[in-house]
Design a protein around this ligand. Structure first.
Ligand code: ADP
Length: 312
């Protein structure tokens, strides 16, 4: 379990003081995939650096499984991390980077070789195992960083914007690896600007904006809470004007609108999904209309985030 308790952090430069985080709190349970989404400069990397103990907060406390960063080696053994821009020794080969990482965690010779070979193959890196890391493209360096995270059995895996630069095949396999590690009880923290990814992957999403967590929720709740426009699409048997009139009577003029053709009615509402489901129920139980299927559509998480950020 991870706990952030009222974390604040400012950066002081010669010319300015930047408040990067203000009173950030979070509880992340074992086996949970926790996404932190936010625009550039929101404070995501600062949050990760404080979690990994490489940066000290001005105020507040952070714990992994009850330990604080001051527990040093014990704390360090709780997690593996992929930072955005660093973490590999550029002068070492890909294999050596992986071996070094395993050795630092105390893996024995046999186990080390087995695990290095396993991730080299899983991340399609075998052909580059003897290349120096600085000879690789950005996408391949990212692969090495991610492969390294999956080499060890640690309770917490942390990824700071991990999918930037990954090709779609490796990206998908990475996302499914994350899910299976979480199923085994591993706690995952992932920062991203790719909202669709967060939506598919995460159990909870925290919106970080200008150093503050504005909201934490499941992707589904986010959408129904903040979506400005939800839709219910009713695929029907043939409908005529009289039926359409009956449907129209049951809508709320203030919040709902609709379009229709012969076999489909689309109701658009500023109300939430629950309201739409109830409305569909009301229509189907009070009008002689054949409804073959119903599709509920929320606006995307992207719309949600833009609207939360605007409200600030
Ligand atoms: P994100 O990862 O969401 O892009 P960061 O945590 O990197 O956000 O940055 C949060 C804020 O802190 C930004 O305004 C950024 O410019 C500032 N910042 C980050 N690192 C430093 C630093 N080392 N010195 C001064 N300001 C910094």
């Amino acid at each position: 379990m991870i706990k952030f308790e009222n974390i604040s952090k400012t950066y002081k430069t010669k010319t300015s003081v930047i408040q990067a985080l203000t009173d950030v709190s979070a509880v992340i349970d074992a086996g949970e995939i926790y996404g932190v989404i936010g625009l550039n400069g929101a404070g995501k990397s600062t949050m990760i650096k404080i979690l990994t103990g490489i940066l000290k907060q001005d105020k507040g406390k952070v714990f992994i499984n009850g330990l604080e960063p001051s527990a040093k080696e014990k704390y360090r053994r709780q997690y593996c991390v992929t930072y955005q821009n660093f973490g590999l020794d550029m002068h070492l080969s890909v294999r050596s980077n992986l071996e070094l990482h395993g050795m630092l965690f105390g893996l024995g010779k046999f186990e080390l070789k087995k695990r290095v070979n396993d991730v080299l193959s899983r991340f399609d890196l075998e052909q580059y195992e003897n290349s120096r890391t600085n000879e690789l493209s950005g996408g391949y360096r990212k692969r090495v960083q991610i492969a390294r995270n999956f080499m060890l059995d640690v309770p917490v895996l942390i990824f700071d914007e991990p999918t930037v630069g990954l090709d779609p095949i490796i990206k998908n396999s990475f996302l499914s690896d994350i899910k299976s590690y979480a199923k085994k009880g591993c706690t995952i923290v992932i920062t991203t600007q790719v909202l669709e990814e967060a939506e598919k992957l995460c159990d909870k999403i925290a919106v970080l904006h200008k150093g503050k967590i504005l909201d934490v929720n499941t992707p589904q709740i986010f959408k129904s809470k903040y979506s400005k426009q939800n839709q219910a699409i009713l695929y029907t048997g043939q409908i005529d004007d009289a039926l359409i009139l009956e449907v129209q009577k049951r809508l709320d003029k203030e919040t709902d609108s609709f379009t229709s053709d012969k076999f489909c009615i689309t109701i658009t509402s500023t109300n939430d999904t629950a309201y739409l489901l109830e409305l569909v129920n009301k229509i189907s139980s009070s009008i002689k209309i054949r409804i073959n299927s119903v599709e509920i559509k929320n606006s995307s998480l992207e719309d949600v985030f833009v609207s939360i950020a605007k409200e600030d």
